[in-house]
Design a protein around this ligand. Structure first.
Ligand code: SIN
Ligand code: FE2
Length: 200
């Protein structure tokens, strides 16, 4: 199971902060639309994605990587919202700000299979993520794919940190609990993942 560096900050964002952030995300998605990424193996993901910041995480037939431009519009990603930078400064204990915010949009059927976040240059920087909207059953394990795992429910406003010995922990989303939140019109879950992708 995940070692010490895995932390959940339940309800770190209150209702009005959640609503404000969701509004910012959907406004930015007018410029950088959600799209359905394809795995290197050619499978469309169930989660839709976009990014904020100088670098965005993408996947396609060429593999996983970070890039400065939206793969469909060819335009730079919108800036990372200031509230998220502030959150990182408060919790990440990192010398530099994040340069990427991956935005995942889950509908009731979407899930994310167990994986490590390991496309970044420097694993001394943690991964910090914010959940908005419907709750998720989040699965967290250790550094080995085969090791034991546990689940934790992430609700709207919860913030989750993968740092230190948990930085390379396997994790994923088993399922989204449709109807558990009214934050997002029509339902769904947003996960905003802050990372330092480039070198310090
Ligand atoms: C991810 O690992 O990219 C997403 C995690 C989450 O949705 O909580
Ligand atoms: Fe991840």
């Amino acid at each position: 199971m995940a070692a010490d560096g895995f932390k959940v900050f339940p309800g770190r964002l209150d209702g009005s902060a959640q609503a404000g952030l969701a509004e910012i995300v959907f406004a930015a998605a007018q410029v950088a639309p959600f799209y359905r990424p394809v795995t290197p193996g050619g499978r469309p993901m169930s989660v839709r994605m976009t990014n904020f910041g100088p670098l965005g995480w993408v996947t396609d037939a060429a593999g996983y990587r970070y890039q400065a431009l939206h793969p469909e519009t060819g335009r730079p990603w919108p800036a990372i919202p200031a509230t998220l930078i502030d959150l990182w400064r408060g919790l990440a204990e990192a010398p530099d700000d994040p340069d990427c915010c991956l935005v995942n949009l889950y509908d009731a059927q979407a899930r994310m299979s167990l994986h490590q976040d390991r496309d970044e240059a420097d694993f001394r920087f943690p991964v910090l993520s914010v959940s908005l909207g419907d709750s998720a059953v989040f699965r967290i394990g250790g550094k080995s794919r085969k090791g034991p795992t546990a689940t934790v429910r992430l609700a709207s406003g919860d913030v989750c940190l993968l740092a230190g010995s948990a930085r390379l922990a396997f994790h994923g989303v088993d399922r989204v609990l449709a109807g558990s939140s009214r934050l997002i019109p029509g339902g769904g879950r947003l996960n905003l993942t802050l990372r330092r992708a480039g070198p310090a």
